[in-house]
Every structure is written in structure tokens, then in C-alpha cells.
Design a binder for this molecule. Structure first.
Ligand code: XUL
Ligand code: CO
Length: 435
């Protein structure tokens, strides 16, 4: 059925950089070729069900500000209406993907059996709305942080019954993701961490989390899910400390439990900053270890103290992120998910469209700047030049020797290196030519 929610808003079209129509794309031109692929296939945009449709406009200091026809989200009729509106928005925007948590799709009835049956019902309904031209599922995931049962964690909970509920919940979400042809399955552990070390057994919790993730990987093969399993790092919030702190911590965790070939990372801009890193640092590190999976393109406010999940609006930042995505060969099963919400005063339907249009344009500009830097090759050439001495035979030989042999060499040849400039300002000026 067609609803009246977006009444009067036509499908958004690419009109070029000169367009002053606020609901047009000025840079996002899906068919334009960027580094040999259609722009749509490079960026692989996804709308997040939770922020765009389920979130009601609350913040840590106040409740709902949005009054949507599908609120309150406590019955299946309104869950179906929410899905109808979602597909109307996907059509207006022309986005190729969407993402969800189970809890965004159906109400939580408080017990696993009913949650399972309504999840199956609503994902069948969503499946019936999908065809070869409609947007696809980039990833599904389980919300194991909102309901009070998860307050002390899911797989890291001291209570084995919560571990069991979590295992059953993730199985149901993997089944639903598989049924809808999802390309990835994500685990973000908002409460997989602790509030205080005074009551926390770190090694027990980490081992249980490792075992849980191994079961997820085993189950992926059992059901023939060919998508990628992704873990999403975040240092804290809602937990005081979260085990999947950042990319480096996740890599160490995955290696410890022998999962480094099976699981990749979903990297979020806001989480990177919370961890004290830049977005491109997290992307480049994951890429350098072959573990870059997907990205959540939403930033936080640099002054507010909580995860404000804002749509991107900074081209230079986004350009450097895509530079590293493109440099690593681009996305395979991953994409660009807007894990971003409106400001709570943006209560109109048109705000929801405008937020995505602006974000998609910012990303398109960033992608094109990244493409230009790659085609120009200036950064890559500098990088090659900076490390060129490491391809010399004597340097390679040194790596295979020992501290004593190297000391001998330093004495014999009187090695006394002259420092070389890192040319940072020249490189920053170079980047500014493209962004
Ligand atoms: C929370 C967050 C989540 C994950 C999916 O900060 O980023 O929305 O992306 O659970
Ligand atoms: Co996220």
C-alpha cells in the first residue's frame, strides 16, 4: 500500500553541481564511473532502520519529539506500516541497501518464542516487498543492548541464561538475514564490556565472547550464508568499557580466538573518534590487515560528550576515509551505512529525505576527491619513495639477521643516519588540491 507520509516528495534526481533544488543530488550520480565501477557500486549506500524509522527523537535528557503514524511501536500492524514507509523512502532516495536490528522491525514481546515468530512474520513481509530492482539488505544484526535483560551484557553476561537467550536471538537474526539475501551479518556489542571491574571477571567474559563468535561463524557455514560476519568496534558507551574497543583491539581478539580469517570489521566514524583515532586511521589499519569489511558513515559532535550519530557533512574527512577504502580495492560485501539520526528538532518527513540527500552528496564528493588523488598518484608516489630503501638487498638481509650482526655492521660501516623530512605540510597541501 502507499501511505501519505512522504506526500508531495518526488524521487530525488541527480541534477548536477549547479542545482539549487535542495532535494536533488548535486554530486551523487549513481551511473557515473568512479575507478572503473558505477558510483552506486563504489559507495553502496544503506539506510539504517533504527535511526531513520525506529528512533523516536529522544536524547539523554528528553523523550520523543517525533510523532510518526507508526508510533508507538508496540504492535505488528504499525511494524508493517513502518516497513511500508521505509520502502517508500528507499524509492524516493534511490538507495541500493538497508540495514536493521531485530528490535527495529518488530516489538519486543518479552520472550524469545514470540519475538521469533514476529521477527519471522515481519521479515517475510519485508521479503514480499523486495524484488530484483528493490534495495537489498546490506546487513542484519541483533539488538542485544536495549532491553533490560541485556543490562550486564549478552554473550559476556555472568548469567548463562542470558548467553542462551543471546545465542538463540543471534541465530534468529542470522536466519532472517540469510532469508532476505543479506550480504553481511554484524555484531556490535554495546553491553559486551563492563560498568566496574569490581564485579567483572575479564578472562571469563572474553572467553565466552570468543566462544560465542566461533558459534556464529560455525552457524554461518551450517546454513550456507555466504555473506561476511562483521564486528563493529566502539570503545565505550553504553558500557563504561567495551571489549571491542577499536580496530587494533578487535584484531588481537580475533587472532586470539582463531577467527581472523572469518570475521571482518564494520568501522564507524563516531566510534573511531571516541577511541581517540581518526576514521581513516581505523580504516587504514583494518585494510592493512585485510580485515576492512564495511563502514558506518556517521560522525559525532566534537563538543558533546555522547554518541550524537550525525549525518556526515565534512568533505575533507570523508575524502580521506574513501581514499583508504579505494586504496584497499573498495568494498566487496560491505558498503556505506548511515548509522545516523536526524537532530531531534528535525521533525518533518522532508528532514528525513534532506538528511540522506545531503549525506549521499557529501560522500559522493569525498569519493570523487579520493578517486582524483588515486588517479594522480601523488600520495602513493611519496609513500613508495619514503620506503624505497627497504627494497635494497642489504636492508632485506638485515631483517633476516640478528642484533649482534647488525651492531657489527653499524661499527664496520660507521652507519650514522641523517634524518629525512616527512614533508607533512607538502602532503597536506597536496590533499587540499583535491578536497
Ligand atoms: C551504536 C552502533 C550500532 C551498530 C549496530 O553506537 O553503532 O547502531 O551500528 O548495532
Ligand atoms: Co554503527
Amino acid at each position: 500500500m502507499t501511505t501519505e507520509f512522504f506526500n508531495g516528495i518526488s524521487p530525488v534526481e541527480y541534477k548536477g553541481a549547479e542545482s539549487s533544488d535542495p532535494l536533488s543530488y548535486r554530486y551523487y550520480n549513481p551511473d557515473e564511473i568512479v575507478l572503473g565501477k558505477r558510483m552506486e557500486e563504489q559507495l553502496r549506500f544503506a539506510v539504517a532502520w533504527w535511526h531513520s524509522f525506529a528512533w523516536e527523537g529522544g536524547d539523554p535528557f528528553g523523550g520523543s519529539t517525533f510523532v510518526r503514524p507508526w508510533h508507538p511501536q508496540d504492535n505488528m500492524e504499525r511494524a508493517r506500516l513502518k516497513a511500508d514507509i521505509a520502502f517508500e523512502m528507499f524509492d524516493i532516495l534511490g538507495v541500493p541497501f538497508f540495514c536493521w536490528h531485530d528490535a527495529d522491525l518488530r516489538p519486543d514481546q518479552g520472550n524469545f518464542k514470540e519475538n521469533l515468530s514476529t521477527l519471522n512474520e515481519i521479515t517475510d513481509y519485508i521479503g514480499s516487498k523486495m524484488n530484483s530492482d528493490s534495495p537489498k539488505l546490506l546487513w542484519g544484526t541483533a539488538n542485544m543492548f536495549s532491553h533490560r535483560r541485556w543490562m550486564a551484557g549478552a554473550s559476556t553476561n555472568p548469567d548463562p541464561d542470558v548467553f542462551a537467550f543471546a545465542a538463540a536471538t543471534v541465530k534468529s537474526c542470522m536466519d532472517a538475514t540469510h532469508k532476505l539475501g543479506g550480504q553481511n551479518y554484524v555484531l556490535w556489542g554495546g553491553r559486551e564490556g563492563y560498568e566496574t571491574l569490581l564485579n567483572t571477571n575479564l578472562s571469563k567474559e572474553l572467553d565466552n565472547m570468543g566462544r560465542f563468535l566461533s558459534m556464529v561463524v560455525d552457524y554461518k557455514y551450517k546454513i550456507g550464508f555466504t555473506g561476511t560476519i562483521l564486528v563493529e568496534p566502539k570503545p565505550q558507551e553504553p558500557s563504561k568499557h567495551q571489549y571491542d574497543f577499536d580496530v587494533a583491539t578487535c584484531i588481537g581478539f580475533l587472532r586470539k580466538y582463531g577467527l581472523e580469517k572469518e570475521v571482518k570489521l564494520n568501522i564507524e566514524q563516531g566510534h573511531a573518534i571516541l577511541a581517540g583515532h581518526s576514521f581513516e586511521h581505523e580504516i587504514a589499519l583494518a585494510a592493512s590487515e585485510g580485515m576492512l569489511g564495511s563502514i558506518d558513515m556517521n560522525r559525532n559532535d566534537y563538543q558533546s560528550g555522547w554518541d550524537t550519530d550525525q549525518f556526515p557533512n565534512n568533505v575533507p574527512e570523508v575524502a580521506l576515509a574513501y581514499y583508504h577504502v579505494l586504496r584497499s580495492g573498495g568494498f566487496s560485501t560491505g558498503g556505506t551505512n548511515f548509522d545516523a539520526k536526524l537532530r531531534r528538532q528535525s521533525i518533518d518527513a522532508v528532514d528525513l529525505i534532506a538528511a540522506h540527500v545531503g549525506a549521499m552528496d557529501i560522500c559522493a564528493r569525498g569519493l570523487k576527491a579520493a578517486e582524483a588523488m588515486i588517479n594522480d598518484g601523488g600520495l602513493e608516489a611519496k609513500l613508495q619513495e619514503r620506503y624505497q630503501d627497504w627494497s635494497k638487498p642489504e636492508a632485506l638481509k638485515m631483517l633476516g639477521s640478528s642484533l649482534e650482526d647488525i651492531t657489527q655492521l653499524v661499527l664496520e660501516k660507521n652507519i650514522n643516519p641523517e634524518p629525512r623530512s616527512g614533508n607533512q605540510e607538502i602532503l597536506e597541501n597536496y590533499v587540499n588540491r583535491f578536497v
